[in-house]
Design a protein around this ligand. Sequence first.
Ligand code: SF4
Ligand code: WCC
Ligand code: FE2
Length: 617
Amino acid sequence: MEEHSVHVDANAMIKKLKEEGILLVWDRLKEQEPQCGYCSLGLSCRNCAMGPCRIDPFGEGPQKGVCGADADVIVARNLARAVASGAASHSDHGRDLVEVLARVGKVKAYSVKDAEKLKKVAQEYGINTNKSVEEIAFELAEAMLEDFGSKKEKIQFVNRAPKKRIELWEKLGIIPRGIDREVVEIMHRTHMGVDNDPVNILLQCLRTALADGFGGSMIATEVSDILFGTPEPKMSEINLATLKENEVNIVLHGHNPIVSDAIVEAASDEELLKLAKEYGAEGINLAGLCCTGNEVLMRKGIPMAGNHLIQELVIGTGVVDVIVVDYQCIMPAIVDVAKCYHTEVVTTSPKAKFKGAIHIEFTPENAHEKAKEVVKLAIERFRERKAELVKIPNVKPNKLMTGFSVEAILKVLGGTLQPLIDAIKNGSIRGVVGSVGCNNPKVKQDYSHITLAKRLIENDVLVVDTGCAAVADAKAGLKVPEAAELAGEELRKVCESLGIPPVLHFGSCVDNSRILVALSALANELGVDISDLPAAGAAMEWYSEKAIAIGAYFVASGLLVVLGVPPPIYGSKLVLDVLTSKVEELTGGKFVVEPDPEKAAEIIIKHIEDKRRKLGI
Ligand code: SF4
Ligand code: WCC
Ligand code: FE2
C-alpha cells in the first residue's frame, strides 16, 4: 500500500492504528469513493424544495434546474456559499477576540500584552489614545464591532491596501462594507430567484473574501497580538515526538488563542504540577495541532504535534490525556478514536459541541478556573493510560524557528523594509510566495507543500507560510536557519546574513492577513500595486471553505493563486474561465489549478519572472 504521508511519525502511527482496527480519514475517504460527480463539478443544487437538482455535464440530460437555473448560476452560487462560510468562520473567530478585548480590565484571565500595538491600531480607527489601556481597548473593540455591521461604507483595514488597489476595488464595486453584511448578502443572493448573473455572484465572492482578509481575519490577527503579544522569532519543536511518555499530555486543537492561552497558563500552576507529580507524572506537557497550535507556537514557543491529518493519529500514541478544542477543522472522528484510548475530548465553545465529548464551556470571565479544570482532568486521565496501547513514534522532534510577525521582520531588517526591497530589486530574492492551507486526504500528506517550498527556495524565492502548510514545511526541516543551505545561492546569503530560515512562519490561517499587510507595505514602498509585485500564493493541499475565501481575497488583491486540489467549479466553463483567466483583467490576480507541485513551482517562478520584467528589475 502506498504510504499516506511523507512523514515517518505519521506513517508509523497509521500502521499502529490500522493494526488496532481503527478507521481513519483515509479509510473513510475510500468508503466514499467514487464521490458524486455532480457535486465534484459544482453541478448539484439543493437551495430549495423544488429541488434538489442536477445539471448533466455531458449535455444529454437536464441543463436547467426546476427553477431554470443553469450550470453557470448553480456553480457560481455553490462557490459563493463556500466563500461565505469560509469568511464567516475566520471572522466569527475574530469577533470572539474582539469581545474579549472589550472586557480587558474587567476579567482576570486576559489583559493587553502589546499596548503599543493597541495604540497604533486604535489610532488607525481614529480613537484618541490619551486614556487608559482599558478604555482604549473598549473603544477599539466597539469600533471593530462596527466593521461587522452594516452601517459603514468601508471596513477600516481596507485602508491598509495600496491606494491604487482601493481605487480598483471601488471601480469594481467590491469594497467590503461590513463583514456580516457581505456574508448575509451572499446567503441572500444565492436564494432561489435572486442573483442569476454568475459574474455578478463571483464579484460578490471577491467582496466577501475581502471582508475576510482585510476584515475578520485581520481583526483576529491584530487583536490576538494585542491580547497575547505580537510574535517574535523563537525556536521550538514539532512532530509527534513532542508528546512525552512520562508527562501529562494536553493537546490544543482548533483555532482561537483565547482558550489555548488560558490553558498554557494553567499548565504552569504550581498546585496542578504538584498534583501531576503525586500521580506519577514528571510534568505537564502541551502540544498544538492546526491553527490554535500555530497561535501558541508563534507567541509562546509551545511545541506542535502536527497539522490537520495528524489529529486522529495524535490520539493513537496512547499518551494524550486530554485533547481540548474550540472550533474549526476538528474532525468529529476524534471522539471515536479517543474512545479506543483513555483520552478525553474537551469542547469549550457553545458554538461547537461534539457528541461524546466533555463540554467545559469557557467565557472570558471563567477562563482561569475552566482552564485549571481542563488541566486537572488531564492529570486524572493520566492515571487511566493503557500501557499496552502507548507508542510514541521513535523519531526526534524537528526544530523550527517561528514567530515572524511583520513587526518582527521589520526588527530583523533593522527597522525598515529597505533591505528586503534592495534584495528583491537586485534579484537576490526573486520574489515572495505565501504557501497556505490545509491537508487533504486526497493528497499524500504534506508532499505538495514541502515539494513546492523546496523548489521555490532553490530558485531564490522566499516562502512565507501559515496554517497547516507551515506545519508541513517545519516538519520537513525547512524552518531552521540551517535550511538556508537548501536555498539557491543568493537567497542563502540573505538568510545567512540575517540568521533566518528561507521559509518564514507567518502564523495561523487568520494570519494570512499578515501576508496582505506585508505585501501592501512592500507595494507602497515601491510605489506600485500588489498585482505588480513578484509574488504569488499557493494552497496545494487545501480542503476547507476557509481556504477558498483566502484564495479569493488573494486573487482580489492581485495575486496569482495556485490550488493543488481542484475546486468544484468545473461544471461551468464560464465560472472556470472567469476565475482562471478573465478575473486577471479585473484584479490582476487569478487562480491556477495544478495538483503537481513541481509544475506549480514552475508556474509560480515564471509568474515571478514576468512581474520582475514588467517592473524592470
Ligand atoms: Fe433546483 Fe433551482 Fe431549487 Fe436549486 S434553486 S434546488 S436549481 S429549483
Ligand atoms: Ni487552517 Fe486548513 Fe489547517 Fe484547518 S487549520 S486544515 S483551515 S490550514
Ligand atoms: Fe451529490
